[in-house]
Design a protein around this ligand. Structure first.
Ligand code: ADP
Ligand code: MG
Length: 367
């Protein structure tokens, strides 16, 4: 049987539109599926249904060869029978328990010796050595996150579910832990589903990404594909970053990097030590179009291109250019007319270095 995850469910809360999630994907050793979407779109509900913490009125959930839920024949596998590690957004650590106590909590059925051994293993894995006797309030946000993760993996689950694993942290900690979490998820060689509303996280962590909006799954694909080729205007609006291309950092000094994309050089503000392989991400709103030869803005990057496609929706239009790579700009209808834009027209694009975002990329990532 193909190793597949199938989620096809309807879950309603009184007075709200139902959440109807329908997705199906191949699960290999360490596939990370990201559920991406704005707040209130239904991500947590879908994750809780997979965990068995919410019960959909209709549908089916199947993980590899096991059916966890099938409302047509009454199959309902209890959460504790699903061999799942679940981490909620607020970590839900037990305040009176120590770090070791929190991790041991779910291992009560193991003999004491084995329990101790397993706690020590995950403490090493999550680099919590020396903190075993601390209480949650004596830990930093990043340490609490690690304890919650240690607890989620302690029982050697077959599937790991993480709800906004980094959102409770401050921005610098979040940036560091993003990389660590990616490495850890690969090291665990365990499939996982990660909820996030942060596109940097989606690109860093995900092998596959499902875009959720208004309680529906709009698109599923490799994150880079979904960001750069949203299937319709609604997905484009939800993901908000139209240009995601592969690049290579060729120079990085004093916070300004030079990155090469298909032979074109771009300058980006970025932290030391990033790269060399990166995703280069540019929001369409940050691309300013101007007639060729003007160069009026103070932006660091001035690219020459040709208009490929114009997609106007209301007062705004998405303009896809070929500048050596595919770049999308968002302009007003009046700018469209002023610049006389049409497919085939040469145009210049200006982008500030601060609007060129670099995200580390590893070779094992699909897409
Ligand atoms: P997300 O995680 O994407 O922010 P949620 O799954 O938490 O979204 O919520 C989706 C919708 O379901 C929201 O409108 C939310 O108010 C509603 N909802 C979630 N949980 C409950 C609940 N226990 N009772 C009532 N409504 C809920
Ligand atoms: Mg949520």
């Amino acid at each position: 049987m193909a190793a597949e995850m199938i989620v096809d469910i309807t879950k309603s809360f009184p007075g709200r539109p139902p959440i109807t999630a329908n997705l199906r994907y191949q699960v290999s050793g360490a596939t990370v599926l990201v559920l991406f979407g704005p707040s209130g779109s239904g991500k947590t509900t879908i994750l809780r249904c997979i965990a068995g913490l919410e019960w959909p009125e209709h549908g089916r959930i199947q993980f590899i060869s096991r059916t966890w839920l099938d409302t047509t024949d009454g199959t309902r596998v209890a959460p504790q029978e699903r061999q799942i590690g679940y981490m909620s957004q607020d970590y839900a650590l037990f305040p009176p328990y120590s770090v070791a106590g929190n991790i041991a909590y779910g291992l009560h059925d193991l003999p004491q010796k084995e329990r101790k051994k397993r706690v020590a293993e995950v403490i090493d894995l999550l680099q919590l050595r020396g903190l075993e006797e601390r209480k949650p309030h004596q830990l930093s946000g990043g340490q609490q996150q690690r304890v919650a993760l240690a607890r989620a993996i302690a029982r050697r689950p077959q599937l790991l579910l993480l709800d906004e694993p980094l959102s409770a942290l401050d921005a610098p900690t979040r940036a560091n832990l993003r990389e660590e979490l990616r490495a850890l998820l690969k090291q665990l060689a365990l499939p996982s589903i990660v909820v996030t509303h942060d596109w940097t996280e989606a690109l860093t962590l995900g092998d596959l990404m499902a875009v959720i909006s208004g309680g529906r799954v709009l698109q599923v694909g490799a994150p880079q594909e979904v960001f750069s080729r949203p299937q319709d205007a609604e997905v484009a609006r939800v993901v908000g970053v139209e240009t995601v291309v592969r690049g290579r950092v060729i120079d990085n000094a004093r916070g300004l990097a030079t990155v090469e994309v298909d032979g074109i050089k771009l300058q980006a503000l970025c932290a030391e030590g990033i790269g060399p392989e990166v995703f280069v991400c540019i929001r369409a709103e940050d691309v300013i179009l101007e007639p060729v030869g003007i160069g009026a803005t103070s932006a660091r990057n001035h690219l020459r291109g040709v208009v490929c496609e114009i997609d106007s929706a209301g007062v705004l239009a998405r303009v896809r250019l070929n500048c050596g790579f595919s770049l999308t700009a968002m302009v007003t209808r009046s700018a469209l007319e002023q610049l006389d834009l049409a497919p085939g027209v040469p145009i210049a694009a200006a982008i500030k270095a601060g609007a060129v975002h670099l995200i580390p990329r590893r070779d094992e990532q699909v897409g």
